[in-house]
Ligand binder design. Structure first.
Ligand code: ADE
Ligand code: ZN
Length: 333
């Protein structure tokens, strides 16, 4: 690992907490909760992490969640991630969680969010890492279920900074959730959506994100560059993209670092993130390292990527500026 990347103050903006479930913790939770796993060792579990597209990844991803049942399980999951992130000098993280992946199994919403929230508070005290939660709707479930989940979240409004949309994009366009996201906006949530790589109708979905939903950010979104008018509009809006190179390499035909290069050259606000680091075996520093290697980035380029991330964070301007000053002080030293 490049020591400059390792020590650089970083922000992580695309991180599914359920995607941080490392095999070791999965076994511990399975034992604690009496859940049977389809493998008998950590090595076997890791070897089963083999995917060729988003759909095949999601099958194992959701199956693994069967071990997450109680408030302490969600606390342990988020605590492990935040300790790991802090060890890479991630100073700030925006963390996706998928309540419907749990409520659909009979785990109550409040069990999920209370465990996560407690971990965030403890991690800030223990490691100085700050984090906020983004609630994602599963796009392969109905819009009605998403709306019910949105309403269920309202008592916890102060614990959630925004909402997102994830899971299987095929046949589940942004406009399916237009009413849910309009209500979320009215409740004060910020908005983001996954536009996964090389999906059916990728550029149409990105267009809907901009024109129908009015997103504040796009997760992945690398196909924006397939349409010059979309790219120009994203640049005009200063829209941020949370790109995840190692994830792309697992679920598409490559890490799409060439797109990162072109986004930088076009002045788009591209950021580098990890997505589901336990499954793709790369946290944010390893993702930055891959991009540095493939694009032969220098320190200024790396600082620019991290400045983009702090700039795009859903935090007050003064807080973002304080992180950027910390980054620039590090780079100058
Ligand atoms: N859930 C977890 N990771 C995801 C991704 N990259 N795309 C869609 N849904 C996800
Ligand atoms: Zn994702």
């Amino acid at each position: 690992m490049d020591p400059f990347i390792a020590g650089m103050p970083k922000a992580e903006l695309h991180l599914h907490i359920e995607g941080t479930l490392e095999p070791e913790l999965k076994f511990e939770l399975a034992r604690r909760n009496g859940v049977e796993l389809p493998y008998s060792t950590v090595e076997e579990a890791r070897a089963a992490y083999e995917f060729h597209d988003l759909t095949s990844f999601l099958v194992g991803y959701y199956d693994s969640m069967r071990v997450l049942l109680t408030e302490p399980d969600f606390y342990d999951l988020a605590s492990a991630y935040l300790a790991k992130a802090a060890s890479q000098n991630v100073r700030y993280a925006e963390i996706f969680f998928d309540p419907q992946a749990h409520t659909s199994r009979g785990v109550p919403f409040d069990v999920v969010i209370r465990g996560l929230r407690r971990a965030l508070l403890d991690a800030e005290r223990l490691h100085g890492i700050r984090a906020q939660l983004i609630m994602c709707f599963l796009r392969d479930f109905s819009a009605e279920y998403a709306m019910a989940t949105l309403l269920e979240s309202l008592p916890y409004r102060e614990w959630i900074v925004g909402v997102g949309l994830d899971s299987d994009e095929r046949g589940n366009p942004p406009e399916k959730f237009a009413a849910v996201f309009a209500r979320a906006r009215a409740e004060g949530y910020l908005l983001t959506m996954h536009c996964d790589v090389n999906q059916e109708n990728s550029t149409e979905h990105i267009r809907q994100c901009l024109e129908v939903i009015g997103v504040d950010r796009i997760d992945h979104g690398v196909n924006t560059l397939d349409d010059p008018a979309l790219a120009a509009e994203a640049a005009r809006r200063g829209l941020a993209f949370t790109v995840c190179p190692v994830s792309n390499a697992f679920v598409t035909d490559g890490p799409k670092t060439d797109v990162v290069r072109r986004m930088l050259d076009l002045g788009l606000r591209v950021t580098i993130n990890s997505d589901d680091p336990a499954y793709f075996q790369a946290y944010v520093a390893e993702n930055l390292e891959l991009v540095r290697r493939e694009l032969d980035l220098d320190r200024d380029d790396l600082v620019r990527l991290e400045r983009n991330a702090f700039d795009a964070a859903w935090l007050p301007r003064t807080t973002r500026d304080a992180y950027i000053t910390e980054l620039e002080t590090y780079a100058a030293a």
